[in-house]
Design a protein around this ligand. Structure first.
Ligand SMILES: [Zn+2]
Length: 326
């Protein structure tokens, strides 16, 4: 039986998994993404995470057929450039060859959001469709596309749904532009928004108290969910605002592409789950041009491991990995 590794390199965590054919997970491990140092330090943590996952599967990394990596940033021939949210990673870093040396097996690199969308298409909530939009609602809002049964990456930058404009002259986005969906729905933007209202306008909220109680330095998806459970008014209002923006942004993309299914994943998407996917679908409805047949909206079925599972698929089948090193 062939075994594969998959690594999902995120801004807050590195998730690794070892899978056997038919995609069952034999072992998995998770480590926090380094917040200081540089690409070499991040690569070292990725290596440790996969070695831990292999150990849990009672395997050595050299026994794997190969390892797939889902990475942010621009990916060219095994090199990763300008990976946002990762420490000091503006320039080009040879991630594939660095990891190949560590694992003693082949390494292929793909876009993090696209591999997670591919996984949902092949194995998860998108199995029944030939066209699909994956929306990954977390620190930012990423998007992946399957059109006519195939991934669509455009000229390399397709799927940036977080930067669809939902309000002319609107809020400033982390990308520096104005009125992007992510400026309302991205967790980083939501945190900045509530911090401003809390500290400058004196609005009451338990969000930051919960953050300290749980020893976090950021408002994680879990903190947002807990504040909701407590009926925290500012948290409810901020999430309402995010859902409104997601509804407008996703519906606008659906109006152009007319996909059959929309998958909501990402840290917040998975944590808030079905009730929020339902609410996003409701918020989409008034913006849909073909409103008599809206797309089906689902929560990502593969959960937190979806990115790592999708990365492992880069090595499989007759499709050449998009960025396999020569
Ligand atoms: Zn933006």
């Amino acid at each position: 039986m062939s075994t594969y590794g998959g690594i999902d390199l995120g801004g807050t965590k590195i998730q690794a998994a070892v899978l056997v054919e038919e995609h069952s997970v034999l072992g998995s491990a998770r480590r926090p993404t380094p917040t200081s140092g540089g690409p070499a330090d991040v690569a070292a943590e990725m290596a440790t995470a996969l070695e831990d996952a292999a150990k849990a599967a009672e395997l050595k990394t050299s026994e794997l057929e190969g390892v797939g990596v889902g990475s942010p940033g621009t990916i060219e021939g095994g090199n990763v450039t300008s990976a946002r949210n990762l420490p000091d990673w503006e320039g080009s870093f040879p991630l594939a060859s660095t990891l190949e040396a560590a694992f003693d097996c082949e390494v292929a690199i793909g876009n993090d959001v696209q591999v997670a969308t591919d996984a949902e298409f092949k194995l998860g909530a998108g199995r029944l469709y030939s066209s699909l939009l994956g929306v990954f609602w977390g620190t930012g809002v990423g998007g992946g596309l399957i059109l006519d049964g195939k991934p669509w990456t455009g000229r390399g930058a397709a799927g940036e749904i977080g930067h669809v404009v939902v309000e002319i002259d609107g809020a400033r986005c982390t990308c520096g532009r104005i009125g992007c969906m992510e400026a309302y729905a991205g967790r980083a933007s939501m945190e900045a928004y509530v911090r401003r209202l809390h500290e400058e306008k004196g609005r009451k909220t338990d969000l930051f108290k919960l953050m300290k109680e749980h020893e976090h330095t950021r408002l994680t998806s879990g903190i947002w969910a807990r504040a909701l459970e407590r009926g925290d008014k500012l948290a409810i209002q901020t999430l309402d605002r995010a859902v409104t923006a997601l509804g407008a942004g996703i519906a606008s993309v659906v109006n152009v592409l007319d996909v059959e299914g929309v998958i909501i994943g990402g840290g917040l998407g998975i944590r808030l789950g079905h009730p929020f996917a339902q609410r996003i679908a409701e918020e989409m409805q008034p913006h849909l041009f073909a409103d008599s047949r809206p797309p089906h909206v689902h929560v990502a079925a593969l959960g937190d491991l979806g990115g790592a599972i999708g990365a492992s698929l880069l090595l499989e089948g007759d499709a050449a990995p998009p960025s396999a090193p020569s």
